[in-house]
Design a protein around this ligand. Structure first.
Ligand code: BGC
Ligand code: NOJ
Length: 827
């Protein structure tokens, strides 16, 4: 069942039923000011850091789930409704929500009155603009009342939802005409305030929540709205809010536009107040209001935002035989890559914004799907991440975006972390040709005195693996590898211990974690990633270092084949007792997805057919109609030696859930091995646009990936196998976005930036006649037409650039600013 449709021409998903199976959200803002907005206008705003600088309040895990947001209430002679249906939930005569690129338009109609609200964060602007257009379609004059609503958060979102003994006595506001200012703690230690304005006169306001809503009422029946009159309440402690009240009269056919702005302002300390030393200095706020005080200015701001997205999305554009692929690649997957790049794993409807900062591995992987959009921002991010690295190549697992410092509460010793940086730096150089990044002086542990060239960071990353091998010559597993839930040094039997940070004291003497437990996944990630480091060294003429690094890669491949090949697939790990994990010999969890794709793409054991065997085993044991499960059979009991993984009921999350992130590695691997049909099958099982028809099962947004889909074992624990099979969770902020972008664009469609140029090597469904792709690369535009006359999955007969055949499959880099016609014939 569908709940809307894709409007590709406008790059929008149009929701036509407000009761979606879960709130379907969008993000506004992509620089510093961000908002989350659901299809009923639920959500919140923050500045840069969802935890430390939260602007409006939102209650997670609420009942109902999505209560709280920026709401407009209309009281039309006793009929009270919202343009987005919720929270009042009066049945509307018409409803649509258009989620677009950085904007959302919600339109509702009731009793001949239409209210359309456009929400967006303009470029280079620290505020959310809300354009409200009210149109009287009733054929007779109408008089009604409009109320706006936003609830302030007292800045630190964690403190805001826990420290009530203090917070109920700190809230402060100022009202100046039609503008409500939130200034809690501004007099004291803060240099920032927020405001909510409207570009017209008002007939009243409320700034105290209990006065507006009422202590025994809810968002669905706020007392002031129901009574049809604001109280002009003035918050002094408790919960400050901002609500404007306006009486409006519209003749038949007449409409009225109002512009509301929810803004954030920072002031230099010596300019915080007016001359009286008390009243806040509103100069900057007023300038922000003036920037968008007419519908024309708002429309121009939205047009500019749309144009900047058109430009960004124009860097990579495809025309394939499948519309769903086109809308994923050209619009939604790229859009999601921008959002994950910006927010890492901090704030979504599944991430509360107070939990995690920026993840070392997460942010490095996010760059893989984002780097072509704004390479300069990718570069800046790479330097930020690398600056938190430790001199021996180890990494803080996370850092806070506001301070950019490594987070010592979580610490390090995640065995995969350093490798992702080799991959992100390589992706950056391949995209831009900017080898200069390797000379950039980058601190270790945020200490400038310990700065070394970026190349040194790659070296210590590479050798961090080489220097930390276990008994089989495979990398030590440490606290966890990519799979945060395989914790081989944890042995936790006490509730509340974090599986990621707790290591059992029995390993204290060994340095904190087992020196026996090894990760095959890190081994194959090393053999997949390492060749990039070798290529970089060769490019720099460091042949001896390159040869030494290559020798380590070759050795690792041998070790994997000698100790981690299980006959039909690769093992997952050795546990701290040296026992195999992910082997036929195991009772449960016999095969895991993570090491397989990288092993295939590293060609480990290829001469013995390891790639084909592994792909066949994956297809047989892991594949389902909704994607590939992470492991099989699912764990049905707690294996203390494995850690968090077996705490999940089978079919969920890392215990045999369909973890879409690592599905992409198999899509890449199948494509790499020439199995284009298989690759495409796995791609289409999970790509959001393909799940649209089954939105009632899939639940989460059909335009973005979620981290997890219920696997085939879901429900088994409660004796109802298949219960939540196919049900998505944790949408938006996941490495799935970047990796599936890589899988479809670089491996299936096969347009792959390489150090020396743009490589083209598609691996597509044999049935396709071909496809077209436009790729802007290092200042040039390549219009590529791929023809597949023999209906093969993979293989290239010829590549012609501007009418001339070239040798090989790497298109040369031309002088910037030129356009090139490329014809690729497969066969
Ligand atoms: C989740 C992982 C996540 C980890 C760290 C676990 O509970 O299952 O997906 O990466 O927590 O936050
Ligand atoms: C989510 C985390 O953000 C990511 O870092 C991790 O690799 C996966 N979960 C798998 O556990």
């Amino acid at each position: 069942m569908k709940f809307g449709f894709f409007d590709d021409a406008n790059k929008e998903y149009v929701i036509t039923e407000p009761r979606t199976p879960y709130p379907w959200i969008n993000y506004l803002g992509s620089q510093a000011f961000f908002s989350l907005i659901s299809n009923t206008a639920g959500g919140y705003s923050f500045y840069k850091d969802a935890r430390l600088r939260r602007i409006t309040r939102y209650r997670y895990n609420n009942v109902p789930i999505d209560m709280g947001g920026r709401y407009f209430y209309i009281n039309d002679n006793g009929t009270v409704w919202n343009p987005g249906w919720s929270p009042v939930k009066t049945e509307l005569d018409a409803y649509t929500c258009r989620h677009g690129m950085g904007y959302t338009i919600i339109k509702g109609e009731k009793n001949g009155l239409e209210a359309e609200v456009t929400f967006f964060v303009p470029n280079n602007y620290n505020g959310e603009v809300q354009k409200v257009v009210l149109t009287n379609k009733s054929g007779a004059e109408k008089t009604f009342k409009l109320f706006s609503f936003a609830e302030w958060c007292l800045w630190d979102a964690q403190d805001d939802c826990t420290n009530f003994q203090r917070n109920f006595s700190t809230g402060r506001v100022e009202v100046d005409g039609s503008v409500i200012y939130h200034k809690t703690e501004y007099r004291d230690r803060r240099d920032h305030y927020a405001f909510y304005s409207v570009n017209d006169s008002i007939d009243g306001y409320d700034t105290d929540r209990d006065s507006f809503i009422g202590l025994y009422n809810g968002f669905n029946d706020p007392q002031a709205v129901m009574a049809g009159k604001a109280n002009d309440s003035f918050a002094d402690g408790w919960s400050p809010i901002a609500s404007h009240y306006k009486e409006i009269k519209l003749g038949a056919g007449e409409s009225k536009t109002l512009i509301f702005i929810l803004g954030y302002v920072e002031m230099p300390v010596d300019q915080k107040f007016e001359a009286d030393g008390k009243t806040i200095n509103k100069v900057k706020a007023k300038a922000m209001m003036e920037q968008f005080d007419t519908p024309e200015k708002v429309d121009a701001g939205l047009a500019e935002l749309k144009a900047s997205w058109d430009k960004l999305l124009g860097i990579l554009n495809v025309d394939t035989p499948d519309d769903k692929v086109d809308r994923m690649v050209n619009i939604w997957n790229q859009y999601q890559c921008m959002v994950t790049f910006n927010l890492s794993r901090s704030a979504s409807y599944f991430e509360s914004g107070i939990g995690r900062g920026m993840g070392f591995r997460d942010s490095n992987q996010d760059i893989l799907g984002f780097v072509h959009q704004i390479p300069d921002r990718a570069r800046e991010r790479i330097i930020d991440i690398a600056s938190t690295q430790l001199p021996d190549g180890g990494c803080y697992h996370q850092y806070q975006p506001l301070t950019k410092k490594g987070n010592s509460d979580i610490g390090g010793d995640f065995s995969d972390d350093p490798l992702w940086m080799i991959l992100s730096v390589s992706a950056y150089i391949k995209e831009t040709g900017d080898w200069g990044i390797l000379d950039e002086m980058v601190p270790y542990d945020n200490d400038e005195s310990k700065a070394q060239p970026m190349l040194d960071h790659l070296k210590v990353s590479f050798y961090h693996i080489v220097n930390n091998l276990g008994p089989h010559g495979l990398p030590l597993a440490m606290r966890a590898d990519w799979n945060d839930c395989i914790n081989l040094s944890c042995y936790s039997d006490t509730p509340g211990e974090s599986f990621q940070t707790y290591t059992n004291p029995k390993f204290a003497a060994e340095g904190g974690y087992s020196k026996v437990a090894e990760s095959v996944m890190v081994a194959t990630l090393f053999t997949y990633t390492g060749p990039n480091y070798v290529a970089i060294l060769k490019h720099l003429g460091k042949d001896d270092e390159a040869a030494a690094a290559q020798a380590e890669i070759d050795k690792m491949k041998k070790n994997v084949m000698a100790s981690a090949w299980d006959g039909d697939w690769f093992l997952r790990a050795y546990d701290s007792e040296g026992k195999k994990m992910g082997s036929k010999e195991c009772e449960e969890g016999q095969i895991f997805i993570e090491p397989q794709g990288f092993a295939i793409m590293s060609e480990i054991g290829k001469e013995q057919g390891a790639d084909k065997k592994t792909l066949a085993a994956i297809d047989e044991r892991l594949n389902t109609k909704f994607g590939l499960v992470l492991n099989n059979p699912a764990f049905t009991k707690y294996y203390i030696q494995y850690g968090e993984i077996s705490t999940y009921p089978g079919g969920y999350k890392e215990n045999a859930g369909i973890f879409t992130h690592n599905n992409a590695w198999i899509i890449c691997a199948a494509a790499y091995a020439g199995q284009g049909d298989q690759a495409f099958k796995y791609y289409s099982e999970i790509a959001p646009a393909f799940t649209e028809e089954t939105s009632d099962i899939h639940k989460t947004e059909p335009y973005v990936y979620g981290q997890m889909i219920g696997g085939k074992d879901a429900g088994s624990d409660i004796g109802r196998p298949g219960k939540n099979f196919g049900q998505g969770k944790n949408s938006w902020l996941t490495g799935t976005a970047a990796w599936n972008m890589v899988a479809i664009s670089q491996y299936i469609l096969g347009v792959q930036p390489d150090f020396d140029g743009l490589k083209i090597d598609p691996s597509i469904p044999a049935a396709w006649d071909g496809f077209n792709i436009t790729r802007k690369f290092r200042g040039n535009t390549y219009n590529i037409a791929v023809k597949n006359p023999d209906h093969v999955c993979k293989g290239i007969k010829s590549v012609t650039v501007d009418g001339k055949k070239i040798d090989g499959i790497v298109m040369p880099v031309f002088e910037a600013g030129s356009v090139h016609e490329v014809e690729v014939v497969m066969g």
